[in-house]
Design a binder for this molecule. Structure first.
Ligand SMILES: Nc1ncnc2c1ncn2[C@@H]1O[C@H](COP(=O)(O)OP(=O)(O)OP(=O)(O)O)[C@@H](O)[C@H]1O
Length: 605
C-alpha cells in the first residue's frame, strides 16, 4: 500500500567545513558591500532607537514630582511641560525609526536580490555544465529544491533574519546593561526569572509542535487509506476487502485520537505554565520594584521602574525569538553548503579536456570499448564493443532490453568517458575533441520528446536558436509538421508543453525531427519510440525521418525491426556484447539472434 508522501526531513549537520563553505556567501555580497554597509548603519541606528524607545516611554509614564504608588497618582502628578518634551522626543524617535527602517529594508532587499541573482545564475550555469553522471546521482527534485528552497532560505536570512537576530541580540545585551545600570538588585531578580522562563517556553513550544506534527502525519496516513480505498473501490468490492480496510482505517484514526489528546494535555500544561510563570514573574518584579520605590529615600524612581518594566517586556520577547532566528541561520548555513557543493563540482569541461576541432565527416569507430557507469563501476555495461561506421551509413542497434544500445549512443555524444578502448570520429580520438564542438555535429531524435514551455516556433528553433523564422518553417515542412501546426488557430505561435496544448506522440516526434533538420547534423542518433503510432502517423513520421536521415551518418536504436531493413549495418547486442552483425539479409540468412527477434516481432505483430 502506498504511503502518503511525506516531506523528506533533511537533518542539518553542520561541520567546520559547512561554515567555511557558507562563508563563500560573502563572496556574493562583496560586489554590493557599499550598499550593504550603509544598510547596516541604518540597522544599527534603528536598533538603538528601538532600545531608547522603551526607556523614554517608561520615563513618560513615570514622570512625577513625588513617589506615587499608583499609576493614577503618577498620571495626576505628571509635569505637563516635561510630558510634552518627552512626547516630542518620542515622536522624533519614531520618525527617525521609520526612516531608518525604511532604508534598512530597501538596502538589504536590494543587496540580497542582487547577490541571489548572481548565486542562482552561478548554480544553474554550473548545473547545465555538469557531466551526465552528476544527474544520475542527483534527482531533478533535489536539484530544483536547491534552486528554490535553499535560495529562499538564504533570501529570508539575508533580508530579514540577520537584521532581526542582530536587533534582538542588541535588545538583550543592551537591555541587560541598561537594567543593571538602573537597578542591579532588580536586574538580578529579573534575570533569575524571565530569561529562564522564556527559554523553557521556547523548548516547551517546540516539543508541542513536534507532537502536533506527529498527529498531522498520522492524519495524512489515514487520509491516504481513505483516498486509495475510494479510488480503488472496484477492487475492494471484488476482493470483499471492506472490513480489512475499515480495520486499518480504524487503527489509524485511533492513533490520531491518542496523539491529539496527548498534545492537548501538553498544550494545557503549557498554557498554565505560561500564565502562572510569566505573569507570576512580572507581578513578582513589579512587587519588588514597587517596594524599592517606597520610603523617604527610594532606591528607584517611578520613571525608572516603568522603564525597567518596559525594557524587561521587550527583552523577554527578544529572548523568545532568538532560538528561531538562530535555527533559521543554521538552515541557511546548511543550504549554502549544499549550493556551494554544486558550484564546486567538476564541470564537464574539466573532465573532458579535449580542445581539438577536427573535421567531423560522419565516420565513427569504436575500438574495444569497455564501459561501466561511474556510479555502478562494478557492473560493466559494454564489454569490448568494436565497429566501424562510414560516412553517411546507417547503423542499427538492436537487441534485448538492457543490452547497451542507449549506452552506445550516450558514448557517441561523449556523455561519459570510456573505461577502456577508444572512440574515433574520423581519425580523431573522442577524448581529444572539444565536446561542445563535437556535439554541434550530432543531433538526437529521442524517444520521449521534450517540449519546453513556449510556442511551437521556439520549440523547433531549439535545434538552432540562431535560425530565421523562414528556416524554422522550412524545417517544419520537411518534417511533415507544417500542416498540423497550421491547423492550430495560432499556428507556429501555439503554446505547447505544460501550460499549452498537448501534442500527440506522432506530432511531438515531427517537432523533434524538425529540430534535428534545423540543426543539420553530420551524425544523427535516432532513438525509436517504443509506443507504436497509428498507421497514418507512422507513415508521415517515417517519411520525415527518411528525409532527415538522407546524407547523414545515422545510429538508430531500433525497437521495431521493420524500420531497419535498409540499414547498412545491424549490431545485435546482448549483455553489452555484439552477438551478431551484418545487414538484414546477412543476418536473416544465419538464423541467429536477429532472425529470432524478427520472428518474435512478426508473430506479435
Ligand atoms: N545511468 C545509468 N547508471 C547505471 N547503470 C545504467 C545507467 N543507464 C543504464 N544503465 C545500465 O546499463 C545497462 C544497459 O542499458 P542501456 O540503457 O544502454 O540498454 P538498452 O539496450 O538501451 O535497453 P532498452 O532497450 O531497454 O532501452 C542496463 O543494465 C542498465 O541497467
Amino acid at each position: 500500500m502506498l504511503r502518503p508522501k511525506q516531506a523528506k526531513k533533511e537533518k542539518i549537520h553542520l561541520t567546520k567545513d559547512s561554515y567555511k563553505k557558507a562563508r563563500k556567501l560573502f563572496h556574493y555580497l562583496k560586489p554590493y558591500r557599499f550598499e550593504y554597509g550603509i544598510g547596516w548603519i541604518f540597522l544599527v541606528l534603528s536598533t538603538s532607537v528601538g532600545l531608547i524607545f522603551p526607556i523614554l516611554l517608561g520615563q513618560l509614564l513615570g514622570l512625577s514630582s513625588g513617589s506615587q504608588t499608583s499609576m493614577a497618582e503618577a498620571v495626576k502628578a505628571i509635569d505637563l511641560s516635561n510630558i510634552t518634551t518627552v512626547a516630542v522626543a518620542l515622536f522624533v524617535l519614531f520618525g527617525g525609526q521609520a526612516i531608518f527602517s525604511y532604508f534598512r529594508v530597501v538596502l538589504f532587499t536590494n543587496v540580497t536580490e542582487k547577490a541571489l541573482r548572481d548565486l542562482r545564475y552561478d548554480v544553474f550555469q554550473k548545473m547545465l555544465h555538469l557531466p551526465m553522471d552528476f544527474f544520475n546521482k542527483n534527482t531533478v527534485g533535489e536539484l530544483t529544491s536547491r534552486l528554490s528552497a535553499d535560495i529562499t532560505q538564504i533570501q529570508e536570512t539575508l533580508r530579514t533574519t540577520v537584521a532581526e537576530f542582530f536587533r534582538q541580540i542588541v535588545m538583550v545585551v543592551g537591555g541587560i546593561a541598561y537594567l543593571t545600570f538602573v537597578s542591579w538588585k532588580l536586574s538580578l531578580i529579573m534575570l533569575a526569572t524571565v530569561p529562564v522562563i522564556m527559554i523553557v517556553a521556547v523548548f516547551f513550544g517546540r516539543f508541542i509542535k513536534r507532537l502536533s506534527k506527529e498527529a498531522q502525519d498520522q492524519t495524512a496516513t489515514s487520509n491516504a487509506i481513505a483516498e486509495e480505498s475510494l479510488t480503488g473501490i472496484g477492487n475492494i468490492k471484488a476482493f470483499t476487502n471492506e472490513n480489512y480496510l475499515l480495520k486499518k482505517f480504524k487503527s489509524s484514526i485511533e492513533k490520531i485520537r491518542r496523539l491529539n489528546i496527548k498534545s492537548g494535555l501538553w498544550r494545557g500544561l503549557f498554557i498554565s505554565f505560561m500564565v502562572f510563570c510569566m505573569f507570576g514573574s512580572i507581578v513578582f518584579i513589579v512587587w519588588q520594584g514597587l517596594l524599592m520605590t517606597q520610603g523617604p529615600n527610594p532606591e528607584l524612581s517611578d520613571g525608572d521602574l516603568f522603564s525597567f518594566l518596559m525594557v524587561t517586556l521587550l527583552m523577554a520577547a527578544s529572548i523568545g525569538s532568538l532560538p528561531d532566528f538562530y535555527s533559521g541561520i543554521q538552515k541557511t548555513i546548511g543550504g549554502t553548503e549544499k549550493l556551494m557543493d554544486i558550484i564546486n563540482e567538476t564541470s564537464e569541461s574539466d573532465l573532458f579536456k579535449g580542445t581539438n576541432t577536427p573535421e567531423i565527416d560522419g565516420s565513427i569507430r569504436f575500438e574495444h570499448v569497455r564501459f561501466a557507469y561511474p556510479q555502478r563501476a562494478e557492473v560493466e555495461v559494454l564489454k569490448g564493443i568494436s565497429f566501424t561506421l562510414n560516412r553517411n551509413e546507417t547503423l542499427a542497434l538492436v537487441g534485448t532490453s538492457g543490452g547497451g544500445k542507449t549506452t552506445i549512443s550516450s558514448l557517441v555524444l561523449n556523455y561519459y568517458k570510456v573505461n577502456q578502448g577508444a572512440i574515433y570520429f574520423g581519425d580523431a580520438n573522442a577524448d581529444s575533441i572539444d565536446i561542445k564542438y563535437l556535439r554541434k555535429h550530432i543531433a538526437i531524435v529521442p524517444q520521449d520528446v521534450l517540449l519546453f514551455a513556449g510556442n511551437i516556433l521556439e520549440n523547433i528553433a531549439f535545434g538552432n536558436p540562431e535560425a530565421s523564422e523562414d528556416e524554422v518553417i522550412n524545417a517544419a515542412k520537411q518534417a511533415n509538421a507544417f500542416e498540423f501546426i497550421m491547423s492550430f488557430p495560432d499556428g507556429f505561435k501555439t503554446q505547447v508543453g505544460d501550460r499549452g496544448i498537448q501534442l500527440s506522440g506522432g506530432q511531438k516526434q515531427r517537432i523533434a525531427i524538425a529540430r534535428a533538420i534545423l540543426k543539420n547534423p553530420t551524425i544523427l542518433i535516432l532513438d525509436e519510440a517504443t509506443s507504436a503510432l497509428d498507421a497514418e502517423s507512422e507513415r508521415v513520421v517515417q517519411d520525415a525521418l527518411e528525409k532527415l536521415m538522407h546524407g547523414r551518418t545515422c545510429i538508430v536504436i531500433a525497437h521495431r525491426l521493420s524500420t531497419i531493413r535498409n540499414a547498412d549495418k545491424i549490431l545485435v547486442l546482448q549483455h553489452g556484447q555484439i552477438v551478431e552483425s551484418g545487414n538484414h539479409a546477412d543476418l536473416m540468412a544465419t538464423s541467429g539472434a536477429y532472425s529470432d527477434l524478427v520472428k518474435i516481432q512478426v508473430n506479435l505483430g
